[in-house]
Every structure is written in structure tokens, then in C-alpha cells.
Design a protein around this ligand. Structure first.
Ligand code: F6P
Length: 365
């Protein structure tokens, strides 16, 4: 018996290109006679039985839209689940993954397509391997830190937006002879900071992977001033930290999917630079601007290809796999291989070498 009906959901932080994936999955399945049920708000919709049948109209004209037409949520895990109100009261979640099994049966779903980052793909893998729920994954994160795939959609858009922000900081920084410090996303991996920093000709780039020595940053900016460069650009990933130092935490929120919310490094760094060098400095936090809005054409193309391949896996009943970008093409890899290890910036990354070669410092040497 072939696949007749599949479920689809988007989980974790939203990401430009999600709707391109949904459209490709949806339209390709429908064209092959497979019905598509969309769950609202990721696994939250699964646990709360919130879903709808998607027809061709639902997917029309959505490729250019940011966000996800299905909505998403970051913290809802069927293996450790409790209603949000209970979590707010401090209650712990319990394993309610049997609900997913029962709902799949009730809705007569042959499988579930999970479009998400490491957290959602981990849930998909557990549902597949421990509970026998047929799952296909699609890798998603603007941070580009999933080890299973060369690249994820959303990253290109984020880099483009961050680069444009740096370009704008150049003109105001140069007019006022200031040091401009831009903070971009990147909790564990500094890919956005690295790519946008190099594309935007940053003088200093700070990454979570390379602990920095503040004095090297001050020295670089001071020297630039002495050499006649009257402004400087510093790009920091939110997760960068000094040698032997701590992460810059904006706030801690008990019961949240990310109890430690990062943020504020640009502000402290700008203050420290100004105090140490006497050069007036300003901080800008790009925040969710780099995640919202229309996807770049590259992310639309990548999303469409991932969506098509995921749809194909589902139609052919090849569960437990995920499409991954490899070189100029794509591979299909087991879900278990897609999760767990993060793809981090390595000291020998060609872009790191190129950046150092043109005088950019990472504050580490
Ligand atoms: O997708 C990961 C990420 O982009 C991190 O770099 C960042 O810390 C996080 O999302 C913020 O997401 P949210 O505000 O949705 O929790």
C-alpha cells in the first residue's frame, strides 16, 4: 500500500524559506494523490490536536513569504510534554509520545514530515525509532550549524540582511568617526557573523568558537585610528565569549526552551571599546530582523529542493531519512545521523584564513 496521507509541521525558530519547503512538499504530494494534513505551531499542534487539511490553494503564492504559514513553537516536545499553563506553574513535562502514535492512527496518516532544527529532528528521530511513527525530516536553521547538511535554508537570507546592516553601519560609522558594533545571532556557531562580517568588511569578528582577548580588539581599533582609519566595524555573534569568561546573558527564563537568553554582548563590547580606546562607540543588535521577512532567492531554491526531496521520500515510503545538501547536489541521510553534532566554524576554515589574510581579526591571536 502506497502513501495516501501525510502530516507536516514546522518546529523551532522560524526561518526564511520554510514556506518554500511547505509548498514543495504540499504541491508535490497533492500532485501524486497524497493528502496533506498541516499541524499548527509545530509539535504543540500535534499535542493539542490542532491541524487542517491543506489543498493546493493553501500553498499558492507563499514562497516569497517569510515565517511559516503553519506557525511554529520552540519548546513543545511530546517526550517531555505539559500544557504551557502547567509549565508556567513550574510543572515538569512527561512522556506523552503515545498521543502522537494515537493521533497518527486516528487521522490515518502514513507518516509525518518534520521541518525543523536539531531539537525537532531529534524528536522526529525518537518518534521514528522508539515509537514506530514513520518520519521524514527537513533540516532548518538560520544558524547553519546542522552537521548533517552542508547548508540550511534561511542562512543565506540572514547573511544578506546582516551584510546590509553592516554596509549601513559603515556610512554612519565613517561620518561620525565611531566604532560600530553589530550583534548577530549565533548561539554556538558563528557562521552568520563570519560570513556577514567578511562580506561587510568588518575589522573585528567575534565567534562563539574562538574565545577572544579583549585587549587584542582594543589594540586593533586603536591602531586603525593611528593609521588614519577614522572608524571601525566590529561584528559579534551573540554567543561569543572572552578567554576564560562567560556568555553575555540578557535574561534567564525558567521553563523556557532556552532558559538562558543571550544578548547584550554588543552593548558591553561597545562600552569597553570606548573606555579602553577613547573612541566613541555604538552598539546595534540585529535580533529577529535577520530571521523575519522574505527569503532570498537562494533560500527559496534550497527550500523547494529540500521540500521536493522530502515529499518524494514520503510518497515512496522511505521513512527515517532527511535530505541533506552535499556539494552541488543532495544526499538522503538517516535521521539519526542528522542530529547531535553541531557544525562549528573551524580555525582552518578557508573563510577564516581569507579574513585573516585581509587584516580582519577574531580577537584570538
Ligand atoms: O535558531 C537559533 C537562533 O537563531 C539562535 O541563534 C538564537 O539564539 C535563537 O534562535 C533565538 O530564537 P528565539 O528568540 O526564537 O528563542
Amino acid at each position: 500500500m502506497g502513501t495516501k496521507r501525510v502530516g507536516v509541521l514546522t518546529g523551532g525558530g522560524d526561518c526564511p524559506g520554510l514556506n518554500a519547503v511547505l509548498r514543495a512538499v504540499g504541491v508535490y504530494c497533492l500532485r501524486n494523490g497524497v493528502e496533506v494534513i498541516g499541524f499548527y505551531d509545530g509539535f504543540l499542534g500535534v499535542m493539542e490536536n490542532r491541524y487542517c487539511k491543506l489543498d493546493k490553494k493553501a500553498f499558492a503564492g507563499i514562497v516569497s513569504e517569510g515565517g511559516t504559514i503553519l506557525g511554529t513553537s520552540n519548546r513543545d516536545n511530546p517526550f517531555a510534554w505539559a500544557p504551557h499553563a502547567a509549565i508556567a506553574r513550574g510543572e515538569k513535562g512527561t512522556d506523552q509520545s503515545d498521543h502522537v502514535v494515537a493521533l497518527m492512527k486516528e487521522l490515518e496518516l502514513d507518516g509525518l514530515i518534520v521541518i525543523g532544527g536539531d531539537g525537532s529532528l531529534n524528536i522526529a528521530n525518537r518518534l521514528h525509532s522508539e515509537k514506530g511513527v514513520p518520519c521524514v525530516g527537513v533540516p532548518k536553521t538560520i544558524d547553519n550549524d546542522l552537521s548533517g547538511t552542508d547548508v540550511t535554508f534561511g542562512f543565506d537570507t540572514a547573511v544578506q540582511i546582516a551584510t546590509e546592516a553592516i554596509d549601513r553601519l559603515h556610512t554612519t560609522g565613517s561620518s561620525h568617526h565611531r566604532c560600530m558594533v553589530l550583534e548577530v545571532m549565533g548561539r554556538y556557531a558563528g557562521w552568520i557573523a563570519l560570513h556577514a562580517g567578511v562580506a561587510g568588511e568588518a575589522d573585528v569578528i567575534l565567534l562563539p568558537e574562538f574565545a577572544y582577548k579583549p585587549e587584542l580588539i582594543f589594540e586593533k581599533i586603536q591602531k586603525r585610528g593611528q593609521n588614519g582609519s577614522r572608524y571601525s566595524i566590529v561584528v559579534v555573534a551573540e554567543g561569543a565569549k572572552p578567554v576564560g569568561g562567560q556568555l553575555t546573558v540578557a535574561r534567564t527564563v525558567a521553563g523556557s526552551h532556552d532558559a538562558i537568553r543571550l544578548g547584550g554582548l554588543a552593548t558591553t563590547m561597545a562600552m569597553d571599546i570606548e573606555n579602553a580606546t577613547g573612541i566613541e562607540s555604538r552598539a546595534v543588535v540585529l535580533g529577529h530582523l535577520q530571521r523575519g521577512g522574505a527569503p532570498s532567492s537562494r533560500d527559496r531554491l534550497l527550500g523547494t529542493q529540500f521540500g521536493y526531496l522530502a515529499g518524494q521520500l514520503a510518497i515512496e515510503g522511505k521513512w527515517g531519512f532527511m535530505p541533506a545538501a552535499r556539494g552541488a547536489g543532495f544526499d538522503l541521510i538517516p535521521l539519526a545521523e542528522a542530529i547531535g553534532t553541531m557544525k562549528l566554524v573551524q580555525p582552518n576554515d578557508p573563510l577564516v584564513s581569507a579574513a585573516r589574510a585581509v587584516g580582519t581579526i577574531f580577537g584570538d591571536e
